[in-house]
Design a protein around this ligand. Sequence first.
Ligand SMILES: O=C(O)CCC(=O)C(=O)O
Ligand SMILES: [Fe+2]
Length: 291
Amino acid sequence: MNAPRNTQYRHLEAHRIAGSAGAIIEGIDLSQELSDEVLNEVRAALLDNCVIFFRDQKITPAQQLAFARRWGDIHLHPFMEGMPDYPEILEIVKLPTDKKNFGGSWHTDQMFSPAPAMGTILYALEVPSAGGDTMFTNQYLAYESLSEAMRKMLDGLKVVCVGDNFKQHGGKSRKDRYSDVMSQMKVRDPGNVQTTSVHPLVRTHPETGRKSLFVGGHVQHFDGMTDEESQPLLDFLMKHSIRPEFTCRFRWETGSLAFWDNRCVQHFAVNDYPAETRIMHRITIQGDVPY
Ligand SMILES: O=C(O)CCC(=O)C(=O)O
Ligand SMILES: [Fe+2]
């Protein structure tokens, strides 16, 4: 099993916010083009901490996009309409009249795609006076803390992930679920884009070589098993994967930016600000086919 990493940085400072995941990065201005050397340190910080945070950034959509493009191609959300001038950016808006929020369950982004998002870059434009935090959970630790016998059993399993009509929502389509309760989130028809995919339950991170549990709200059942057969083990894995000691919780400020690695974390947007507005700009980066 590969060990956790701990880089000595020269161009930035990384301050952990919890024991298992998450660090605030200081010394980086994301409105500027970063040199390859600095970008490599940011990459090391992401790999070491699974999710990194930057405070007090003043960036335009074009600057956020330029930063995101340094990591790979942009992953377009098959179901969600991007901004009119920047289709690569999804504006996540919750108004005081909206009852639900986008991302309000434990998940990893676009797990239903054949090559899910490698990472997500989320930038805060307007945040509630309190609440609206995002939580993250380290899925290397979720895997590594299981017994050897359990790990052996899980190693061969595959999960079937579904992007729409998933059973957690009583089979309702995204469009039906979103229209009243998330008035600003525009759902589109994915056309021919593949939105159901089968992935290994235990994946190997292509950069760190560490194994992690690959579960989240899009998982419908284990490949080759019925829902009934799958559910008890899935319930256990979902409960286990979000144990408090694997998690961190980020308190947003206007100008905060989070960058998380969907290959080794799940995340959860907390919906606890009923009378306030929250506006974020989100870009996802194309990932590899999980193995
Ligand atoms: O708004 C948030 O805090 C996160 C929402 C989410 O799940 C995402 O952007 O992928
Ligand atoms: Fe998400």
